[in-house]
Write a protein that binds this ligand. Structure first.
Ligand code: PMP
Length: 443
């Protein structure tokens, strides 16, 4: 009997015992293709020898030194690497242990930035509906994943939410993607005007939406228009690339494809590739300088920030990705995945949308393709698909729709960057079987 308090208490979990490349093996000897990298984490697959060697070497010299006493060579080197490859303007890196911590840190850093520059009246954060920024209270407040949020609502700080960039459900009939993007930016402007422009701290968005809607990309020009709105009012732009960043969409940072640089950017999953828990906030020079010229103290910190073993893992993962030119494989296999999903699900009666970028793609399942009506969330179609996929030796990352019909169930596919075309073919075949078997179940 398990003593681990699992997220779902409704079913038993197989026991994972080993991992190699894109495969995880359980205690019964069954193999699973890790077609989601867990939750878009395992970008190098499992047990990469170069990463393990770097981690062993770090452990042999130093596992831990508290950052209120020391910095370490490995943390400095990883920060140097991240700054060298960062979007324009980024000058410093604040390390953490994961995505939610990175979000909390970015929110607090944004608030203190305005205190440092003499604008303490700024207090509002604006996020987007249908977004996910993590499960801690601040992250839940600025995010808007209804299921994860609703029962904690009384505990959450106030946050405003505007419409997400969700082409499949948000773009009006006949509206061009460009016009849709501008309409969304105008909605942000209206919200800022309503709140009072000098009372807003930041706008936060996932560059490519992940856990809530599944690989939703913004219309062309959307982020440039958003950047302009923020700049007009001196508001910070926080991009959350915890899931979509660090190469997953085919460029190191997803925002490179949008032509914008954020003031603060959160990264996590692909940073350490699952070899160790690590996240970070990439910080623009102007934000850093406000602290440096001001109080010289960011009133924040966690026990494990800048953990040397986690930094060694992150540094090794990023070194391998560059050395092996894996972003080229993300682009090539991403194109192959898009093609195979299109061939397999393009005419499927219950697949309303196929979307994404690089090795970050999703299908959205609907009851009716014409009306885009989702299935009743009570059917828990996403959970059925996950179980049917696992029964076929396939890990994918499905999420449920909403009762108000604002989104359907979707399945996220995010395999490791080392995946090959043959494995992608197998992933898509097994996924098609799992989707059809789930739809065929009664009720
Ligand atoms: N932001 C985004 C975009 C995420 O997808 C996630 C995790 N799914 C988080 C933040 C939170 O990260 P963590 O689970 O590591 O706390």
């Amino acid at each position: 009997m398990t003593r681990v308090f699992h997220r779902s208490l409704a079913h038993d979990y197989p026991v994972a015992v080993s991992g190699r490349g894109v495969t995880i093996r359980d205690s019964e000897g069954r193999d699973y293709i890790d077609a989601s990298g867990g939750a878009a984490v395992s970008c190098l697959g499992h047990s990469h020898p170069d990463v393990l060697a770097a981690m062993h070497a770090q452990l042999d010299s130093l596992a831990y030194a508290h950052t209120s006493f020391f910095t370490t060579a490995v943390a400095e080197e990883l920060a140097q690497t991240l700054v060298a490859d960062a979007p324009e303007g980024i000058s410093h890196v604040y390390f953490l242990s994961g995505g939610s911590e990175a979000i909390e840190t970015a929110l607090k850093m944004a608030r203190q930035y305005f205190v440092e520059i003499g604008q303490p009246q700024r207090r509002h954060i604006i996020g987007r509906r249908q977004s996910y920024h993590g499960n801690t209270l601040g992250a839940l407040a600025v995010g808007h994943n209804a299921a994860r949020r609703v029962q904690y609502a009384p505990l959450l700080i106030e946050a405003e939410h505007v419409s997400p960039a969700y082409d499949y459900r948000g773009r009006a009939p006949g509206e061009t993607p460009e016009a849709y993007g501008l309409r969304l930016a105008a909605e942000l402007e209206d919200t800022i005007q309503r709140l009072g422009p000098d009372s807003v701290i930041a706008f936060i968005a996932e560059t490519v939406g992940g856990a809530t809607c599944g690989a939703i990309t913004a219309p062309p020009g959307y982020f440039r228009a958003i950047r302009e709105v923020c700049d007009r009012h001196g508001i910070l732009l926080i991009l959350d690339e915890v899931m979509c960043g660090m190469g997953r969409t085919g460029t190191l940072h997803a925002c490179e494809q949008e032509g914008v640089s954020p003031d603060l950017m959160t990264i996590a999953k692909g940073l350490g590739g699952g070899f160790a828990p690590i996240g970070a906030v990439l910080v623009a020079g102007r934000v850093f300088q406000a602290f440096d010229r001001g109080s010289k103290l960011f009133q924040h910190g966690h026990t494990y920030l800048g953990h040397p073993l986690a930094c060694a893992a992150g540094l090794a993962v990023q070194t391998v990705i560059k050395r092996d030119n894996l972003l080229a494989n993300v682009q090539a296999q991403g194109a192959h995945l898009a093609r195979r999903l299109g061939e397999t699900f393009g005419n499927h009666h219950h697949v309303g949308d196929i979307r994404g970028r690089g090795l970050f793609q999703a299908i959205e399942i609907v009851a009716d393709r014409g009306s885009k009506e989702p299935f009743d969330p009570a059917l828990k179609l996403h959970a059925r698909i996950k179980a049917e996929a696992m029964a076929r030796g396939l890990m994918v990352y499905p999420s449920g729709g909403t009762a108000d019909g604002t989104r359907g169930d979707h399945v996220l596919i995010a395999p490791p960057f080392i995946v090959d075309a043959e494995t992608i073919d197998t992933i898509v075949e097994r996924l098609a079987e799992a989707v059809d078997a789930s739809l065929a179940q009664p009720g």
